[in-house]
Write a new protein. Sequence first.
Length: 760
Amino acid sequence: MLGHLTALTLRRRGVAWLILALITLLAGLGIARLDSAVGYRSLLGERHPVVRELDAFVERFGGGLPLVAVWTCAESPCDGVFDARSLRMAHAVARAMEPVAGVRRVDSPATSPLVAPELLDLPRARRLAPDGTPVADIAALAPVALEDPLWVRQLVSEDGQAGAVLVHLAGSDSVTSTRVHAALVAALAPWEREGFRFHLVGGPVEFVVAGGELERSMVRVVPAMVALVAVTLIVLFRSVAAAVLSLVTVGLAVLWTLGLAGWLGWPQTTLSQALAPLLLVVGVCHGIHFLARLAAEPADRPRPDALRHVSMELASPCLMTSVTTAAGFGSLAVSGLESIARFGALAAAGVFAALLLTFTVMPLVVSVLPAPWLGRAAGSERWDALLGLTHLAASRPRAVAIVVGMVLALALVGLSRLRVDASFEDLYGADSDVVRWAETVGRVLRAPDTLEIAITPPRPDVPTWETLAVAGRITAALPALDGLGRPRSAFDLLDHLHRMLHGEPLPAGAAGAERVASMLRLARSEDAGAVGLLLDDDTGSARVTVEAVKLPQERLRATLAAVDEVVAGALPPGWSATVTGPLAVVGAMIDELRTTQLWSFSLAAFVIFVVVTLFFRSPVLGVIAVVPTALPDLITVGIMGLAGMPLDVGSAMVAAVVLGVAVDDAIHVLAVEREGRARGLAPEAAITDAYARTGRALITTSVALAAGFLTLTLSSWHSISSFGLVATVAIVLALVATLVVLPPLQMLAARRRLVPLESR
């Protein structure tokens, strides 16, 4: 079919150019519609149950998704959080943020209510700087703030040397996160010019700032990738025109793919930032095979005839390699993370776009280029070292088996040591602002993340003291869990008021029912907003918020499982609870990634085996093609284990992707071998001929792929960098396996007649 498409394209050049131009114009219009998205919704999808739970929680309590700006007087021009400069700054920033769309509430040391004893020691809500100027009795109020459970380790550190402006978002959507973050940065800017230094933490910061870091790094990575791949093609083809033509062809494929995303309404996410460079590297392979095979055509053959011959010869293997590569990407569609599923679908579409353009645009351009521009006509016959290596491997199957067995045994040792416990730093890199800010905030104020628990009684009219008693049982157990810090609930606020009035703790349980009701009335009269953050009158629910840190993956999963167990054990019959908040969402993302890692590789391997088996009409050849391409994945993962390199978000996707890409070499070799057998060549001669005719393209595509993936190590995101490094190693190992492991398998199948001739 592809061969006929090339022939039709060459016969109807004008029509072909017109159709290609229209598709490209349509893609350009699609790119104009392309938006960017950040946040939990962009990764998990707005219909994911965890996202729905988080949004419902935020709506119920008016908080739960904080964006926090923290400053320390060790780094800023202030003597403490309660001095005039700090309070003036906090007042200005809070007032600037309050009217921003998407902001539910802003707390700061200058503007938030502080319940303090007044006349006759009755508590009354005060503000430390209601107009930006500290109140006259600020020295007396500061110690009160350092004892208030809603202030200390929230708005002010225990020593009074670090403070925070806490912005509560109205939802987890991308527009809100981006807008509020931009407004906060603008509000802080004048004070940064005066010497204040701020550390921003919270889910919105993590996605917006880290996403921006990734986008800026990709601006460096893509040109470097294009340059390195171009140099590789020029050196191996000895032709600038061939390199430019290959890159332009795949560049159009990238344009079409991004345009498709725009028309589908799929926004760009932090993950899809890697789509363009990945397609650039993978998509160029078809063009390399096309130009390499064209260079081997007889010099006296007319160019149109040569193009049609090459197209017919490559049509089946290129179609099959596209299907297998797309299967590798498409296997990511099993992911519960909407961003990964869409990434896999778009990458698969991009692979087929590159295939279509290779058999249309490339022949159209090549047909008008002078022959010398495409490089030397000397084909793969002169790759003597390559032929010597494959011949040696084919003639020494036992030696190859022993070496492969030893390497696999070592890889299995490494596999047993492999850590999938990637940490927060392993995702973004230790130099990321997001990581450094989180470390600073955790050191000077509080743990930078939060875990939220909503406790709901069976009826809204259940007495508040009963709900708080359940919350108390939960909060008593939570600090003992790994990664969790101080929990807070409405009981802390009421207990603080009770101590202020009566000098003793608030009685718990039924004994304190009357006191709880009294303190609750007092709290509502003085600061209804704070109570609303902790109690929901409509459902009778109570909120427990817990300081937390992002633990490595396995420890985080264990902690969240322990939280679920604690909550379930504390709930009376008929009661319910929801565990949510940023940390719970991250935990759900980790679970989805683990599922993706497991199923995507298995699905890709199965689909590739089925596709290759159907193509060659032989399950034996299906195994022969998959084995030398699965080995590099296993060996690469083993190397990671031996080197102590954890499996993170980026490197976890390598196995399925590389499996789909690396099998291409085996398909091209087996397809040419089948043609040789069909011409009457003996098995040994057919195998030798296959490597002679495909060797140049095998080397070129592998070097280009490795060079392209290697440039991803320039990314500021550690996960993208590790993806590039691991993929580079896997691609090199896949080439070695094709040259060393595949020939003995071919020879074994031929000598034992495991594959009927008609299937070859």
